[in-house]
Design a binder for this molecule. Sequence first.
Ligand code: XMP
Length: 435
Amino acid sequence: MKQDMIVVLDLGSHVNTNIARAIRALGVYSEIHPHDIAVKKLQSMPNLKGIIINGGENNIVDGVEIDVEQELYSSGIPIMAVGHKKAKCSMAFDSWPEDEDKLNVLLRSFIFDCCKAQANWNMKNFIEDQLEQIRKQVGDKKVLLALSGGVDSSVVAALLIRAIGKQLVCVHVNHGLMRKNESENVVKVFRDQYDANLIYVDASERFLSKLANVSDPEHKRKIIGAEFIRVFEEEARKLEGIEFLAQGTIYPDIVESGTKTAKVVKSHHNVGGLPEDLNFKLVEPLYYLFKDEVRACGLELGLPEYMVFRQPFPGPGLGVRCLGAITRERLEAVRESDAILQEEFAKAGLDKKVWQYFTVVPDFKSVGVKNNARSYEYPVIIRAVNTVDAMTASIEQIDWPILLRITDRILKEVPNVNRVCYDLSPKPCATIEWE
Ligand code: XMP
């Protein structure tokens, strides 16, 4: 193991992640574990240097007081307790200081003076440790990965290829609702640059025929989600000797899906998934990383910047931006106008500034005039928003000349479109996506 570690034990405090991040900011790796983790398990972690028991008022869950295993106090591992019993701990406090500098002084004194940890947390060491762990877990067996081309699955692929090469089998399902050139780029990067064992499945026709005449947004989502699992499962059953399934689960997915002591915020599409009879064991090498760390890991592994800094893209893809019942004509209008928006945003430097930006094509037409004749065609709506957590969002106030250039190009280059609008609505009352 290349890096020392401080474990934060979760007793229901909502600042666990802040503490873990503050420790990492001091250069020491930190993981959060459930309060009832076995002491033996902690003792078997070769790089563990100290433990923070993070309680506070919340160490009562559902009316029951929770506690760590009592042997922990005599395990010899340095312990800092916050808001908890002060029994035999190296350091103990009633609460965390609100002032960031004071918090850092406290953490420094525990981590470096008391635990004698080294500040050796960096991406190179993280990757080295993961390579060792992946090889140990997987041995000579094969691992399957659904490679969407999103940041998380791409970083998992790059990491696993470095660890086990062709033992990783990547499956990329093109559901026909990807952005322009997106699937082609996944194939280009992973087959050509990484020499990956990659199965490309063009399931566009299958998805589009299942979605024909379906206009309800949630129904569309369900069809896309279920069909995705079916296609992936069919591919998995064709392969032999696969024992492991790799997933791009990252730490915020776990927190949002609820831990033993933290309440469920929302169920996340990465957690759960395939039918149980496939019986895969999971490989989740990004489990303890935050999003910015996942991106740093991707860069360190040589992934192109456009992949690592990609804006969020919903699982159902352009399917929820081609409003109502999807038609090929309107789907192409979404894809082409989106590509123009991406290009122009990149030229104006807005791609690094705006959190999410895309186009939407509704399922109604309006009257216009083209080549001196009446036209009856679709509008394109531009949406560009900024947010921290996607729960609320504000619109980006784009300069007129940029908006006018984008409008001009869309009207000239995208067939079946005669009007461009800019969506000014914040979330709430609107949502980020239109469906
Ligand atoms: P809303 O529209 O709810 O979107 O304001 C918030 C964020 O979530 C993304 N989004 C989805 N992501 N599957 C996903 O994986 C979905 O069905 C889905 N719907 C919305 C959206 O792009 C935005 O970033």
